[in-house]
Design a protein around this ligand. Structure first.
Ligand code: ATP
Ligand code: MG
Length: 877
């Protein structure tokens, strides 16, 4: 049975059992800061399990795309572990329980998928006699086929809260798939007993006291790996051989160097990682050094490295992505929709990493030379680690290159470096614990806060929670920094790039100034601020008032952002997608993908288009609709938009642009007034950033410019209309003046030199010149010296000057006199001593400095006797 058929059959089966079929959620979790990526079918349904949200139906079934990075090291080494896979699941929110879940799972496996009964095994939690009974007595699984397993394997629990026993279905892949060990049975780590389906019975709640309390609303959460079902049904030992994955494996096998096509593990790794990278990019993840972006980067780079091991050249991951789109695009339309974009992002990251690898190769060659020189045969582990850590060289790759030249690696010290780094990383990640907020706002978790800020900016409300430093308070007083929750509020909490509202909350006896508004990890709206007057009590009636001027400015920025997005697409191409944004009252920032520089003309065209839309005064409307309908209308879904609600909020600016957006907007574009781009720049990775201003911000910017221009015109003593001409005149004049100054300087120097030459004296037939000149640096002093030397074919010259309160001196002796034993550095040293300094150089040229400026004339006078002395003795001792 084909993979797509297995998927359809699962969903059809549960649909016939009255389950609502929901499409796969994005890999990016919504409103769940505790999760990096969705790793199970139940993860995006969490609010329905906890009761925080009412599910659209008490029974739901999905086929969910999942990413599990903890399994990365197993990829390739087992045939059943992927970092990206699809999980089929049926869920009950307080509806059916163990009986229904077990009965249907067994029915589907036996009668739907027609798996041979003698291949199937089940496991249960060792204390779960209820499950045993259902398996054994109700559905008729022989007791010998039911394995009781411990807490480790068959009890699902994360921290406090809902938990429960689970029960798994295993498929025996046959002896030939196994490890051969006599102990090999269900639960063995090898590929023989394949866990295909896990049924979790969420039955208890783990209390803080450690006690297990039976839940009133019991839930069912099941997960069946689609790739694993396909393995079983297609009779293959790894998912790489199933119909959906095989084309990818084949592709890599074909482009690998012929001699390396038998390297199964690297081939599996590149195959597997190409799926995850494609899906992550499709869901809006962009390679980076942290969070989800890092997961993506790690998968992609790992694939490129293993590709190298296979001798594959070029942008092979980019083409692999297209193959993923081809094979999976009909089940996941987002792949087809974003095909070009996916290719662009992957190609860019792939090329960048190829360059890093090339740099690493140079380093490695350097290491090899060094080893050769020193006669060593083993590369120190620390060096191999540096290649691994900085240049992404896997140890195997380094080992292979070294081996070709007959070298080895000290693997032990490599492992040690790796361990050291892991320890450091662990310490670092603990110090930035992501659970801070979940602790700080724990008291908010059960509460509900309703947002009324689309309709109003002022709201009567009840203060339902007050926190000071994360502690619940009955009363908050003047000067305290507080965080408060209201049952309903017009304050917009920071989200989707739009910053949080500010304003005031007023009670009967006090007032809070709200400085920011944010979401709690569970989606409650939290007002952060200071009590500026009196006191406020919990349960008190209050009035919440948003700072209207600021909010209106934010709305102008936000609507401008939507128009800018559309205008960029119209002018640069439909590939433009938002990669990030900031919507603030005084400015807006818009990051997007584009792979070449934007010309000034293009930018101007974009700015003009936005302003034309502003002047057209188009109505901006928000409506609730379904995702399907929004897509049909051509709405731009920012990647992280959720699919989970039946309704999504769509903001339309006439027919010009439609986006799924939760933000606040102006009602007509005319309210934006004016839009100005301030800067446009590349920010790496094929991303560009525009910063712009709207409304009063834009107005103020033009006023500032105008002031600047007026100021310049005034100081040039001209009118604005003649400014450019006047400025050009000044520029020409300035250049002419510069030229004149230069000429005069030169004339002055030769003048000075001429008068200097008249001071040359003769000492026993040798021409000696020692004089004070005007120069403020060694450089200009040397220039004078050069000029003098040009005019004197033989002689001893010492020039001194006072610059910056210090004495500077240069001395020179022509070559004929050096031969006669006169040395410039010796003379200058003596002279410098007399001005309280020192110097040095060579026989033909030397320089010196000193502090005693008053002694300069006297010091220069000593040159003559020094020359005489040197001539006499044939040198100074
Ligand atoms: P395993 O012990 O094999 O790693 P698991 O106990 O981690 O599996 P669950 O968390 O119970 O698995 O996930 C539910 C189902 O999802 C499993 O029964 C299996 O079919 C599938 N599954 C889990 N992890 C992977 C993976 N890395 N690759 C492919 N399928 C997986
Ligand atoms: Mg696992």
């Amino acid at each position: 049975m084909q993979t797509s058929k297995i998927r359809d059959l699962f969903l059809d089966y549960f649909s016939s059992k009255d389950h609502l079929i929901m499409p796969s959620f994005s890999l990016i979790p919504q409103n769940d800061p505790s999760l990096l990526l969705i790793g199970a079918g139940m993860a995006p349904l969490k609010p329905f399990f906890t009761g925080e949200k009412k599910p659209p139906h008490p029974r739901v079934a999905t086929c969910q795309k999942c990413v599990r990075t903890p399994d990365i090291e197993r990829v390739g080494h087992t045939g059943r572990h992927a970092t990206f896979f699809e999980m089929l699941g049926n869920f009950s929110f307080g509806d059916y329980f163990k009986e229904g879940a077990i009965e249907w799972a067994w029915d589907l496996v036996l009668n739907g998928y027609r798996m041979p009964e003698d291949r199937l095994w089940v496991s249960i939690y060792h204390e779960d006699d209820e499950a045993f009974k259902i398996w054994n007595e109700m559905v008729g699984v022989p007791s010998g086929r039911i394995k009781r397993m411990g807490k480790e394997d068959n009890f699902w629990e994360i921290g406090l809260g809902p938990c429960g026993p689970c029960s798994e279905i295993y498929y025996d892949m046959g002896e030939e798939a196994g490890c051969g060990s006599p102990d090999c049975t269900v639960g063995c780590d090898c590929d023989r007993y394949l866990e295909i389906w896990n049924l979790v019975f969420t039955q208890f709640s783990r209390e803080a006291s450690g006690e297990l309390v039976e839940l009133e609303q019991k839930n069912i959460d099941t997960g069946a790996g689609l790739e694993r079902l396909a393995m079983a049904m297609q009779g293959v030992y790894s998912f790489y051989e199933t119909d959906q994955v095989k084309p990818l494996y084949k592709y890599f096998e074909e482009i690998a160097e012929p001699g390396r096509r038998d390297q199964i593990v690297p081939l599996r790794i590149v195959t597997e990682h190409s799926r995850g990278t494609t899906f992550l990019v499709a869901d809006g993840v962009i390679p980076s050094n942290e969070g989800r972006g890092y997961v993506l980067r790690r998968l992609l780079r790992r694939a490129v490295r293993f590709g190298k091991l296979l001798g594959i050249e070029g942008d092979f991951m980019t083409d692999a992505a297209s193959l993923v789109v081809d094979t999976m695009g009909s089940a996941y339309p987002e792949l087809k929709e974003r095909h070009d974009y996916i290719r662009q992002i992957i190609e860019l990251e792939e090329r960048k990493f190829q360059e890093t690898l090339a740099q690493g190769m140079d380093i490695l060659e350097g290491y090899i030379d060094k080893l050769k020189q020193e006669g060593e045969r083993t590369l120190p582990g620390e060096w191999a680690f540096k290649l691994y850590d900085t240049y992404g060289f896997p140890l195997d790759l380094t080992a292979e290159i070294l081996q070709e030249e007959g070298f080895a690696i000290d693997r032990e010290s490599f492992e040690q470096s790796l361990r050291d780094q892991q320890t450091r990383a662990r310490a670092a990640s603990q110090s930035v614990s992501g659970t801070d907020e979940t602790v700080r706002y724990r008291a908010a978790e059960p509460l509900s806060t309703v947002f009324t800020g689309y309709e109003t900016i002022e709201q009567e409300a009840k203060l339902i929670l007050a926190l000071v430093d994360g502690e619940t308070r009955e009363e908050v007083r003047e000067n305290e920094k507080v965080e408060v929750l209201l049952d309903q509020t017009p304050f917009y909490a920071e989200a989707g790039g739009q910053i949080g509202d500010t304003g005031w909350i007023e009670g009967p006896q006090g007032r809070i100034e709200v400085e920011n508004t944010v979401f709690s990890p569970w989606g409650q709206i939290i007002h952060q601020g200071v009590v500026i007057e009196g006191a406020l009590l919990k349960e008190e009636a209050v009035t919440a008032r948003v700072d209207g001027g600021r909010r209106r400015a934010v709305c102008r920025s936000h609507t401008s952002t939507h128009i800018l997005h559309r205008a960029l697409r119209n002018n640069l191409g439909e590939h433009i997608n938002q990669a990030g944004s900031l919507v603030a009252p005084d400015r807006l920032r818009f990051d997007f993908n584009h792979f070449s520089a934007i010309t000034p003309d293009q930018l101007l065209a974009v700015e003009e288009e936005v302003n034309r839309m502003v002047l057209a005064n188009i109505a901006v409307e928000a409506s609730l609709t379904t995702l399907e309908e929004a897509k049909e209308l051509g709405a731009t879904a920012i990647f992280t938009e959720k699919y989970e609600d039946e309704s999504v909020r769509m903001v339309s600016t006439g027919n010009y642009t439609r986006e799924l957006c939760g933000g606040t907007h102006v009602s007509e574009t005319g309210q934006i007034g004016l839009f100005k781009i301030v800067t446009e720049e590349g920010i790496g990775s094929g991303l560009r950033r525009i910063e712009a201003v709207a409304g009063m911000g834009a107005y103020r910017q033009t006023v500032e410019r105008e002031k600047l221009i007026k100021g310049i015109a005034a100081s040039l003593n001209t009118s604005e209309s003649r400014l450019e001409q006047k400025f050009n005149e000044h520029l020409t004049e300035h250049k002419a003046l510069q030229k004149t100054v230069q000429e005069l300087k030169q004339r002055l120097a030769s003048y000075e030199v001429k008068s200097l030459l008249s001071e040359v004296k003769e000492v026993e037939g040798v021409k000696v010149l020692s004089a004070k000149v005007s120069a403020d640096s060694f450089e200009s002093l040397r220039m004078v010296m050069d000029e003098v030397k040009n005019n004197l074919d033989s002689g001893v010259i010492v020039l001194g000057a006072v610059g910056d309160g210090k004495v500077i001196m240069v001395g020179a002796v022509t070559p004929d006199l050096v031969k006669r034993g006169i040395e410039a550095h010796k003379i200058i040293k003596e002279v410098a001593r007399r001005v309280g300094g020192g110097g040095g150089g060579k026989p033909d040229l030397a320089q010196a400095g000193g502090k005693n400026t008053a002694a300069l004339p006297e010091a220069l006078d000593s040159v003559e006797p020094l020359v005489r002395e040197q001539l006499k003795s044939g040198g100074i001792a």
